[in-house]
Design a protein around this ligand. Structure first.
Ligand SMILES: Nc1ncnc2c1ncn2[C@@H]1O[C@H](COP(=O)(O)OP(=O)(O)OP(=O)(O)O)[C@@H](O)[C@H]1O
Ligand SMILES: Nc1ncnc2c1ncn2[C@@H]1O[C@H](COP(=O)(O)OP(=O)(O)OP(=O)(O)O)[C@@H](O)[C@H]1O
Ligand SMILES: [Mg+2]
Ligand SMILES: [Mg+2]
Lengths: 160, 165, 165, 160
């Protein structure tokens, strides 16, 4: 129904502006329904994102890391309005530098870990740092995956 | 509701029975390239009823059955289960623990189980309706797809908002 | 043939004149997210005659002109040059150093220069024909596109073989 | 012309099998023209890749890191038959673990640096280790990119 959609849309929009400012340490962003389309249930959605100190430009001009952070901000915004019991993130931090990995993991721990479980696959030792449980997977026997107990200290040598 | 356990046997590269226990908070998976981390994500998607082979990175659904290595024969079926703690009764069943199992045989026959009792895919879909668990767009982000939302066209972006509504 | 220097002024986030010298071997670029590393790759593609705004991540070609920050005004044009050492005469000109320059004004007017002399895009294309330098598929791998070759369909894969033939 | 294409195709195929074995430390691979299409100038190209100890499967089942290494093997195979004066690689190592970054950089230095110049953008300190020249780019003034002189030792603290 239209009311329900518009209510959720406005909520996510407000959340998006907050999580974006948290992840980028400033700047501004917005999500807008296509003004040309009269029916909100048919309209496409435009995303605007402007990192701090920069001008507002098309999102295609954002860098790889900025696009990832913008997507994470939107994901978290949706999560805030309707948390899912669990969330699986497979190497979402691959394009991020150290400072952005820290902001992403910090926001995750501060706001979202209390409502949902997170399963995160990563090659980064900073991301491993926020895990309560850590599993290693190896193929000592080529082609066959096995679970291995790992401690955070031995892993941090293995990871980037 | 809490995800308690994932069990796999004969699913992709997990030839032997493998179990992962979960608690609240963050669980991290690490390991070298090609060791089987993303296969864990495929297993979760598959158990929740994924019907597209491409969505679990195969060309046909039988690609999820362990198909052998230089020193092991291929297996006849793949099986994987997810166990949830239904402590707040979010899932519309009277059990406090709910275990969903899927099995696929080389013959193409597919079976679903709810707490070890045979059921249909439809039953699993109904079970998770409106709980936020499922194959929707925002609770599983596959490898390399983190930008998919920004790259997609404006109509496709609606999906994430419609899920949340 | 050796790539000697890249100069940019008003190209994307490089508002001020910036020069990078190259030698043989490996040159690495590092820096935080969003600082301008991939813009360097776009500059090289653009100088070599790229006509598609999308291939330099814009929606129109004027997106390559520095368009201001919170504390700086936008500029009226973008300019970038590549200098090659033509020591073995691979490039069909008698100069030992060849400098290719491209300029774009907000008005949409576009200029090309060869060793500071005005020329046409066609002249630049002819210059690099069959040298392996150019916008072909295998000498520039953009960010996030390393798998493009594996993901593409079998007809698209021909491009990389045809370039080499 | 058909002869020229077939000659290059066979050369690249042979090179691919060698660079693949070098990058994966074994295994086998192949490129094949679509047998259903009689005209070699029209036929699509299939890629087969089988990491060591595993069975041959469709390339869609390869992992993120295995796909990257297979693509790099093919790129190097084409380079060997027709080196380009320079090559630009923008964060191709993002999905690779430490061991694969070492194999990729090792092969690059052993075989390809003598024929071509490489410009590499990376967040990994292992990849930085093979560079003769290192440039940093920063935005001390927000939104404006500036070149910064960096030494390898200060960079390795900054990188993953
Ligand atoms: N049915 C199957 N039987 C056996 N092995 C399989 C099967 N399906 C996929 N595999 C193997 O699983 C491996 C891929 O595993 P996966 O994608 O989980 O790796 P990963 O740990 O995510 O690696 P990366 O860090 O590179 O992303 C491949 O080498 C593939 O051959
Ligand atoms: N015409 C322009 N004028 C000013 N800034 C621009 C212009 N075009 C793009 N930019 C800015 O350049 C930045 C992107 O730079 P770039 O993609 O090179 O980053 P990067 O260093 O590759 O980062 P990452 O490590 O995340 O990939 C964006 O923030 C964008 O706003
Ligand atoms: Mg993976
Ligand atoms: Mg970049």
């Amino acid at each position: 129904s239209r009311e329900k959609f518009m209510q959720t849309f406005e909520e996510v929009r407000k959340n998006f502006q907050e999580t974006f400012r948290r992840l980028f340490g400033g700047g501004r962003c917005d999500v807008m329904l296509d003004p040309e389309e009269p029916d909100v249930l048919e309209a496409g959605i435009e995303v605007l994102a402007c990192p701090p100190g920069k001008e507002l430009r098309s999102i295609t001009l954002l860098s790889g890391g900025e696009k990832t952070m913008t997507t994470i901000a939107l994901l978290f915004a949706v999560f805030r309005s309707k948390p899912s019991p669990f969330c699986i993130l497979d190497e979402v931090d691959a394009a991020l530098d150290e400072a952005n990995i820290d902001r992403f993991t910090q926001l995750l721990v501060d706001e979202f870990v209390k409502d949902s479980q997170f399963i995160i696959i990563t090659h980064s030792k900073r991301t491993v740092g926020i895990a309560e449980i850590l599993y290693g997977i190896t193929m000592q026997e080529k082609g066959v995956s096995k679970k291995v107990a790992v401690k955070v200290e031995d892993v941090t040598n293995m990871l980037n | 509701m809490l995800l308690k356990k994932l069990e796999m046997c004969g699913f992709k590269s997990f030839a032997d029975k493998t179990e992962f226990d979960f608690q609240s908070g963050v669980t991290a998976f690490v390991g070298p390239n090609g060791c089987g981390k993303s296969n864990v994500v495929d297993a979760v998607r598959w158990i929740l009823g994924e019907q597209s082979a491409k969505a679990v990175r195969g060309t046909q659904m039988a690609d999820v059955i362990f198909n052998g290595t230089a020193s092991r024969r291929s297996l006849g079926f793949a099986e994987a289960s997810l166990t949830f703690l239904n402590d707040r009764g979010i899932l519309p069943v009277e059990y406090t623990e709910v275990c969903v199992t899927r099995r696929l045989y080389r013959s193409g026959e597919s079976e679903y189980f709810l707490n070890r009792q045979p059921c249909r895919l439809r039953d699993i879909r109904t079970l998770f309706m409106d709980t936020g668990v499922g194959l929707d767009t925002y609770s599983i982000i596959e490898q390399g797809k983190v930008d998919k939302f920004i790259q997609s066209n404006s109509k496709e972006r609606r999906a994430i908002f419609e899920e949340a509504a």
